[in-house]
Ligand binder design. Structure first.
Ligand SMILES: Cc1cc2nc3c(=O)[nH]c(=O)nc-3n(C[C@H](O)[C@H](O)[C@H](O)COP(=O)(O)O)c2cc1C
Length: 386
């Protein structure tokens, strides 16, 4: 296979190999490349149209609905749920089913599932399809022991037969395109993804996302996107590059050198949706304090609605540091917020610190309320939040 397109699948062109055209802009303001990729270019995963070449990463303990909706507003063309246990879905665990809520303004949205049994994964995929996802993403990358010891996540990279059986079972069970997210392999220096990737495509994967660190590395060292480039050359489906994409310059460099269809942004977007705007549109304006507070308060309100006050209050604490750091607010302010018990009090303190944020917040609430009204296909009682 050579990276050519298959019927029904259009990967963006490899900008670095093309003359300048509508999708490619020659520029001199980017130091290491002379050609810029248009990140607002639409691409397809089978029939699913992805409006930009930036994907918001699935992150356990982070990728709640408020995070995903915000990501879409700031320019992510595709968002993804955190990994959801197929065993939890199978047993209709209330908390697990809560991860499957889909709002109308999230589309296109992938819901990611993990597990080790093809039959159970296929059944979970059917539930995910019924919940309204546009793509089923399968996790072959999680390095955390709690997951790998069950035979799921990154361990499946060393069990190609089982990994392919899972993809085939899921692809047969649903009409949605199936994507797979994986690491380079289990151990440092592993190149397993290059052997497994093409087999997963043969088994039915319509796209692959590669985070080219080993499971052993966890999040240390650098993502080696030379492997992403090799994978792109081996498969005829779009590849998404994940790892260390924190700026437009980095996104451009990775897209141009690897030929990937899109980049995925994870930690860089934690408490910083503005980085998505910078990457997609080159708008590098720093947000004002009022903008930061308005986004954070909206995020708090939406998360309370999703998780309920008690769960949201502890879930949100890490976000205060993420939003208020980066020199935006003095450190003691964040420390005052994390010890507060109620999100109402957090909101009061935030708005007192930037009174002009209230008007912005009202505008934002108006903007997002349309998506709110058309909510889900699942009964509200399962969310545990009112
Ligand atoms: C807190 C956290 C949770 C994550 N959870 C998931 C997950 O549920 N599923 C998954 O496929 N990857 C998960 N990842 C990996 C990210 O999706 C991404 O591949 C990785 O962070 C590298 O990208 P980055 O450098 O942009 O953060 C997680 C990463 C972090 C930091």
């Amino acid at each position: 296979m050579s990276g050519g397109a298959t019927p029904g699948l259009v990967a963006p062109t490899r900008a670095g190999m093309l003359p300048a055209g509508p999708d490619v802009v020659n520029t001199s303001d980017y130091d290491s490349q002379t050609v810029q990729v248009n990140l607002r270019e639409t691409w397809l995963i089978r029939g699913v149209e992805i409006p930009t070449r930036v994907v918001l990463a699935p992150m356990a303990g982070v990728s709640v609905q408020a995070f995903r909706r915000q990501g879409r507003r700031f320019g992510a063309g595709l968002v993804c749920s955190e990994m959801v246990s197929c065993a939890g879905i199978e047993h209709r665990n209330e908390k697990t089913l809560g991860y499957l809520r889909v709002a109308s303004d999230e589309h296109p949205l992938a819901i990611q599932i993990f597990g080790s049994e093809p039959r159970a994964m296929a059944e979970a995929a059917r539930v995910v399809e019924a919940a309204g996802a546009d793509l089923i993403d399968i996790n072959f990358g999680c390095p955390v022991r709690k997951v790998t010891k069950t035979g799921a996540g990154a361990t499946l990279l060393d069990d190609t037969g089982r990994a392919c059986a899972i993809v085939a079972a899921v692809a047969q069970a649903v009409g949605l395109p199936v994507s797979v997210k994986m690491r380079r392999g289990l151990r440092d220096g592993a190149r397993t993804c290059l052997e497994v990737g093409p087999r997963l495509v043969e088994a039915g994967a319509a796209t692959l996302t590669l985070h080219p660190r080993s499971a052993q590395q966890m999040y240390t060292g650098r993502a080696d996107h030379a492997l992403t480039e090799e994978l792109v050359a081996l498969v005829d489906v779009p590849v998404v590059a994940s790892g260390d994409i924190v700026s437009r310059a980095r996104a451009q460099a990775v897209l141009t050198t690897t030929g990937a269809a899109a980049v995925m942004v994870g930690r860089g977007a934690q408490g910083n949706p503005w980085v998505l705007r910078e990457i997609v549109d080159g708008d590098a304006r720093e947000p004002s304090r009022e903008e930061v507070v308005a986004e954070l308060v909206l995020f708090v309100r939406e998360t309370v609605r999703e998780l309920g006050e008690r769960r949201a209050a502890s879930f949100l604490k890490k976000f205060y540091g993420w939003y208020l750091g980066r020199g935006r607010f003095p450190k003691p302010f964040k420390q005052q917020l994390v010890v507060l018990d109620s999100t109402e009090e957090v909101e009061r303190r935030l708005l007192a610190a930037a009174p002009g944020a209230l008007a912005l917040l009202e505008l934002l609430e108006e903007e997002v309320s349309v998506g709110d009204e058309v909510l889900l296909e699942l009964p509200i009682s399962i969310y545990g939040g009112g």
